[in-house]
Design a protein around this ligand. Structure first.
Ligand code: CMP
Length: 136
């Protein structure tokens, strides 16, 4: 049975800064994702705090929000069969040092903070995160 899902992907400031936007989009396309929507934006720290609310009790929360708002990012709605899991597989482990060969974070990630991409981790969060960037 097919289970087409949508997920939110963000190309983070470290990757946009290194002009990796097109290479990363190409990796999504080669792996069967349709990019339904995309926009390049720079968000305020207060907006990053809202986006990453789920991590508000974590020790890295402040740095994470500083970082996401530090430069332009590309937000995208990706669609594919089982897109949420498929995107997490393609991104690889949060820490690029632990990411498998062939994943985006292995190829482009610099550190656990500068790990080049974000992807929704559940159906519920995908809806919330897509609305965050694309609700009009
Ligand atoms: P992301 O998938 O965008 O979700 C939250 C981000 O917090 C994560 O990627 C990392 O870039 C960042 N982060 C920083 N430190 C940690 C940590 N110790 N564990 C998990 N995520 C971390």
């Amino acid at each position: 049975m097919n289970n087409i899902e949508k997920t939110l992907s963000i190309i983070k400031p470290d990757a946009v800064e290194r002009n990796l936007e097109n290479e990363i989009k190409e990796m999504f396309k080669i792996n069967g994702f349709n990019i339904l929507k995309e926009k390049k934006v720079q968000i305020e720290k207060s907006e990053a705090e809202k986006f990453y609310k789920i991590h508000q009790t974590k020790p890295f929360y402040n740095d994470l929000c500083e970082y996401l708002s530090s430069g332009p990012i590309v937000a995208m709605v990706l669609e594919k069969e089982n897109a949420i899991l498929a995107n997490r597989d393609l991104m690889g482990a949060t820490n690029p040092g632990n990411a498998k060969e062939g994943t985006i974070r292995k190829k482009y990630g610099i550190s656990i903070d500068k790990n080049s991409v974000h992807g929704s981790d559940s159906i519920e969060n995908a809806k919330i995160e897509i609305d965050f960037f694309f609700k009009d």
